[in-house]
Design a binder for this molecule. Structure first.
Ligand code: GLU
Length: 447
């Protein structure tokens, strides 16, 4: 069988064996299509059924999460943890609380995480977890009871050398704190390295909170520099207003860009002279309100419908909200308006056809698994500090983060060039991420 047939056959098999899991199919398709040139050179990997193995999670857990709201009413949610690949280190990846969460989404995220973590150069395998619980509008006490119930099952499956969860959409410092407290109680162990994104007083790392947003800008900055440009004076659109978006705004502004948008699932704000970051933080992080409220206090304009954010002309677009938020129609609009760089802050925010459209139009495209790896990279640094029982300064962590992001860019670009795909960071990141995991799997026998 030739390389192309091999990839197509495995892809068809993945679709057949995982019916209805569209997000997972798309993530697998994106990676597998990039890998065809690898199998043209490495028939031994094909003979070892590496793709058949790497697309099947090592373990997938689904469990009941019952909890009681403040009024005494009982609710039942579903919890997930997918331990996708542990070849290069303990499973590692976030936990997402969002009503859209299902097995397909967690598998897509776990699969992506495997290659993302590999790209960081740190010894971390890939995993992901979550629940269809919606934290929006819930009291602190309700969130705490939910987190405790969630951890009362999850604790059996994790550990500093086994699986190390962290935050993702809907899970931040508050939720990690509640989960860590419950883990410690149930396991009678204060193994701090079991979760990352912890509070600074119980093993958290300085620099972890802004790491994904900062890392995104460090990576994007390499892309701009590669084309002889910088962020100074650039008009940047950023979607989202959560952890990734907030710190992406901060770093973009520090680099001299004007960030003109932010959004949430209901709509977006447009501020032609630049968004006021403190205002966004106040509304979203402190008061936990809709982004709509921003314009009442800080000016700018509000528009309903978050997808229309991509109608706003810009030099650089940084989608930082969620998967598939930027489709083909949005990509066409951005191209028509002259966008030069699109760099993914969220996990797979651009649909496959949108991504292709950018590449065909000569827009320099930075894929999520490379560009947003800063968060998990800093989680890896948090694990190291926990193992050493030390805390590094913010400057130390940030410097390491900058180096990691520079290396991810360099390695992705190099892998792309090696296989004849100049400037195609999608292919480059997929190949570079895959090769390390595949080599580790080959070295460990039939696993
Ligand atoms: N949820 C983040 C991601 O998608 C971070 C995961 C972690 O720190 O383990 O990479």
């Amino acid at each position: 069988m030739d390389a192309k047939n091999y990839v197509e056959t495995v892809l068809e098999d993945v679709k057949r064996r995982n019916p209805g899991e569209v997000e997972f199919h798309n993530a697998v398709a994106e990676v597998l299509h990039s890998l065809t040139p690898v199998f043209e050179k490495r028939k031994d990997l094909m003979d070892a059924a590496i793709l058949e193995r790497i697309t099947e999670p090592e373990r997938a857990i689904s469990f009941r999460v019952p909890w009681m709201d403040d009024a005494g009413k009982i609710h039942v949610n579903r919890g997930f943890r997918v331990q996708f690949n542990g070849a290069i280190g303990p499973y590692k990846g976030g936990i997402r609380f969002h009503p859209s969460v299902n097995q397909s989404i967690i598998k897509f995220l776990g699969f992506e995480q495997t290659f993302k973590n590999s790209l960081t150069g740190l010894p971390m395998g890939g995993g992901k977890g979550g629940s269809d619980f919606d934290p929006k509008g819930k009291s602190d006490a309700e969130v705490m009871r939910f987190c405790q119930s969630f951890m009362s099952e999850l604790y059996k499956h994790i550990g500093p050398d086994v699986d190390v969860p962290a935050g993702d959409i809907g899970v931040g410092g508050r939720e990690i704190g509640f989960m860590y407290g419950m883990y410690r109680k149930l396991s009678n162990s204060s193994s701090q390295g079991v979760l990352t994104g912890k509070g600074l007083t119980f093993g958290g790392s300085l620099g972890r909170t802004p790491a994904t947003g900062y890392g995104l800008l460090y990576f994007a900055n390499e892309m701009l520099a590669d084309k002889g440009e910088s962020f100074k004076g650039k008009k940047v659109t950023i979607s989202g207003s959560g952890n990734v978006a907030t710190y992406a705004v901060e770093k973009a502004q520090q680099m001299g860009a004007t960030v003109i948008t932010c959004s949430d699932s209901a709509g977006y704000i447009y501020c032609k002279d630049g968004v006021d970051l403190e205002g966004v933080k106040q509304i979203k992080e402190v008061e936990r309100l809709r982004i709509k409220e921003y314009v009442k206090h800080y000016g700018g304009e509000y528009f309903e419908g978050c997808a229309n954010i991509w109608d706003v002309p810009c030099d650089v677009a940084l989608p930082c909200a969620t998967q598939n938020e930027l489709d083909l129609a949005a990509a066409k609009k951005l191209i028509q308006n002259g966008v030069k760089f699109v760099v993914e802050g969220a996990n797979m925010p651009c649909s496959l056809d949108a991504m292709k459209a950018f590449q065909e139009a000569g827009v320099y495209f930075g894929p999520a698994k490379a560009a947003n790896a800063g968060g998990v990279a800093c989680s890896g640094l948090e694990m190291t500090q926990n193992a050493l029982r030390l805390s590094w300064s913010f400057e130390e962590v940030d410097e390491k983060l900058q180096n990691i992001m520079k290396n991810i860019f360099k390695n992705s670009k190099k892998a792309a060039e090696e296989y004849g795909y100049k400037d195609n960071l999608v292919v480059g990141a997929n190949i570079a991420g895959f090769m390390k995991v595949a080599t580790a799997m080959m070295g460990q026998g039939l696993i």
